[in-house]
Design a protein around this ligand. Structure first.
Ligand code: NDP
Length: 281
């Protein structure tokens, strides 16, 4: 392997320590509310990890565990109460919600200033308008990882493969905000390899294990692999790490790259939400 490894665990530790240091200076602590409905085991693990990270940083948490049979109006009322509670600075609805609930309607009740996941139309709009706001955690982590690798983003050709609302689209918007020239690819893109071979920075979020192979990248590319795929008990990314790392300048491993950054950026967003609500710069 010749590529430099972009260590998401190391960067996470740095950002978490900085966030904890800033939180320790506050008399009132930032508070993150987590709403979970049903007993999806993967969601339960994610929620526990978020609570643990918050506790380590000094951020308070309020967890609303709702039964799988909860109604739409009961769920909406929980979110409305948290929205009105001045002691709560961030609200996160753990997805997926049970199928009978309208997740979009529930999420729309989160005020933009408490939307620490950056999923509301207002925050997504601000990001596309190049304004300030609370931005989606995984794509924010992607940008931090590129900077951590010492790679300048401005002026580079960044190719993002995948256009989901939670990863691909916001990653493209944030890279554009950082002055990259951005190409956003998806399943209908023609001649994908021709485009990915032009990338100085390649962000991959397809959910297809090992999808990007060495013949699809140029020498010296910086690769951020967002993919998390479980195969035979092993977690692998969307990039064929073994072959691509022979050509890349820098690459994130899976696990240990983007993964740890998502919760870290959530913590950073919770502190940012607190500061915005208290008029702190
Ligand atoms: P989605 O399934 O929502 O989106 C996948 C995207 O990939 C779609 O835009 C799709 O295109 C595109 N795609 C699929 N096949 C191809 C193809 N053959 N060529 C080009 N584009 C293709 O996934 P997510 O964005 O939610 O997640 C992507 C990956 O990232 C998953 O592995 C997920 O587990 C992981 N993930 C990791 C996180 C982390 O914390 N590290 C957080 C969130 C996700 P189209 O729109 O045309 O269908």
């Amino acid at each position: 392997m010749s590529a430099k490894l972009i260590d998401g665990k190391a960067l996470s530790a740095i950002i978490r320590a900085e966030t904890a240091k800033e939180v320790s200076t506050l008399t009132e602590k930032p508070c993150l509310a987590v709403v979970m409905a049903g007993d999806d085991p993967a969601s339960a693990i994610y929620v526990r990890n978020k609570e643990k990270a918050a506790a380590e940083i000094g951020i308070l948490t309020v967890s609303e565990y709702l039964p799988g049979s909860v109604t739409q109006s009961e769920t909406e009322n929980v979110v409305k109460e948290l929205a009105a509670n001045r002691g709560v600075h961030g609200i996160l609805v753990q997805l997926p919600l049970p199928a009978h609930l309208d997740a979009e309607k529930v999420m729309s009740l989160i005020p933009a200033e408490k939307d620490v996941d950056g999923f509301t139309a207002q925050n997504a709009g601000n990001m596309f308008l190049g304004k300030e706001g609370l931005f989606a955690c995984t794509p924010s982590g992607v940008v931090e990882l590129i900077k951590f690798a010492g790679v300048e983003i401005a002026g580079k050709h960044a190719v993002v493969v995948g256009r989901s609302n939670i990863v691909g689209k916001p990653a493209a918007a944030l890279l554009l905000k950082e002055n990259a020239t951005v190409t956003l690819c998806h399943s209908k893109t023609r001649n994908l390899a021709e485009i990915t071979r032009q990338a100085d920075i390649l962000v991959v979020a397809t959910g297809k294990p090992g999808f990007i192979t060495a013949d699809m990248v140029k020498d010296g590319v910086t690769v951020i692999d967002v993919g998390i795929n479980r195969i035979d008990g092993k977690v692998v990314g969307d990039v064929d790490f073994a072959s691509v790392s022979e050509k890349a300048y820098a690459i994130t491993p899976v696990p240990g790259g983007v993964g740890p950054m998502t919760i870290t950026m959530l913590m950073k967003n919770t502190l940012k939400a607190y500061k915005m609500q208290n008029g702190i710069k």
